[in-house]
Design a protein around this ligand. Structure first.
Ligand SMILES: [Zn+2]
Length: 297
């Protein structure tokens, strides 16, 4: 059996980032050879029933022919050659109501003239709603679980660049994720080194879209490849929340490595880091010599 940290494996899924110009979204492309081997996940599967109850979700579709996931979180787009394409719109976690903000009485300002702490300057009441974030996160958790290891080889001409596995739970570490950077991705990472601006931009856009940046204070977003060893370290707002090489990883020439996360407590942090990985995927495909926009698989 081939493993991604050691072997070249043809692509079975790709992540891509759709930034601010359209609704912020992660684009997932799934190869048809992978889909052909998948059995439809029934709505009555115990894990699906568990997730539905736990996160108060109404619908689930486990068939890649149409919208996939809970509450149709993966929206089916036109196919791209041998890939089925899904648009995973990020959730609005902070929603604006029509009601006047009770803290600033609608002025949008506090007594010093700064933006109101509660409404961020809009003058309208904000509501924090996690429902859609959990629906997206748990749909990704189901997809990543069935696609983490595969036993078939697809006919794709491009390599699998990375794989991810996520969990979705309420509370501490409830948005955790880990995964593998493949041999070709690590080879490319080792050559670029330094800041990965595209990841920082995508994570900032994702967080801003879901929650707004007003509340962040001094927190920031970082993504850089270590000058000494070629390892990728990523940070997003939270209590030292980010992605780093796993503690059991070793950097060896010609190998990929595993990464894991630190203190990823919410689905919003999880989706922010995934947006960063999707942007990394775009940059890598392009710079390895395959432009995702013009790609013929
Ligand atoms: Zn206010």
């Amino acid at each position: 059996m081939k493993i991604l940290t050691r072997d070249y494996m043809p692509c079975w899924y790709e992540l891509s980032w759709q930034g601010k110009a359209k609704p912020s979204a992660i684009i997932l492309r799934v190869h048809k050879d992978f889909i052909a081997k998948q059995e439809i996940i029934p709505e009555t599967a115990p894990i699906i029933e568990y997730f539905k109850k736990e996160f108060e979700l109404k619908t689930f579709c486990g068939d890649f022919k149409g919208n996939f996931g809970f509450e149709s979180a993966f929206k089916k787009q036109d196919d791209c050659n041998n890939f089925s394409v899904f648009c995973i719109e990020l959730p609005l976690v902070k929603k604006q109501e029509t009601k006047i903000c009770s803290l600033c009485s609608g002025s949008g300002k506090d007594f010093t003239g700064d933006n109101c702490f509660s409404c961020g300057g809009s003058g309208k009441e904000n509501v924090i709603d996690w429902h859609d974030a959990f629906a997206v996160s748990v749909s990704l958790t189901v997809f990543f679980q069935i696609s983490y290891y595969i036993e078939i080889e697809t006919s794709a001409k491009t390599p699998q660049l990375l794989t991810v596995e996520t969990i979705t739970e309420r509370g501490m570490h409830g948005g955790s994720l880990h995964g593998i950077y493949s041999v070709p991705l690590v080879k490319w990472l080792s050559a670029i080194r330094g800041n990965v601006a595209e990841m920082v931009t995508a994570m900032t856009e994702a967080y801003d879209y879901m929650f707004g940046l007003d509340s962040l204070g001094g927190y920031d977003f970082r993504a850089s490849v270590d000058y000494d060893n070629g390892w990728l370290n990523v940070t997003c707002p939270g209590n030292a929340c980010g992605l780093n090489p796993s503690s059991n990883s070793t950097m060896r020439d010609g190998r990929g490595y595993e990464f894991s996360c630190h203190n990823t407590d919410s689905p919003m942090q999880q989706l922010t880091l995934l947006a960063g990985l999707a942007a990394l995927h775009d940059k890598a495909l392009k710079e390895i010599g395959i432009d995702p926009k013009t790609l013929v698989h």
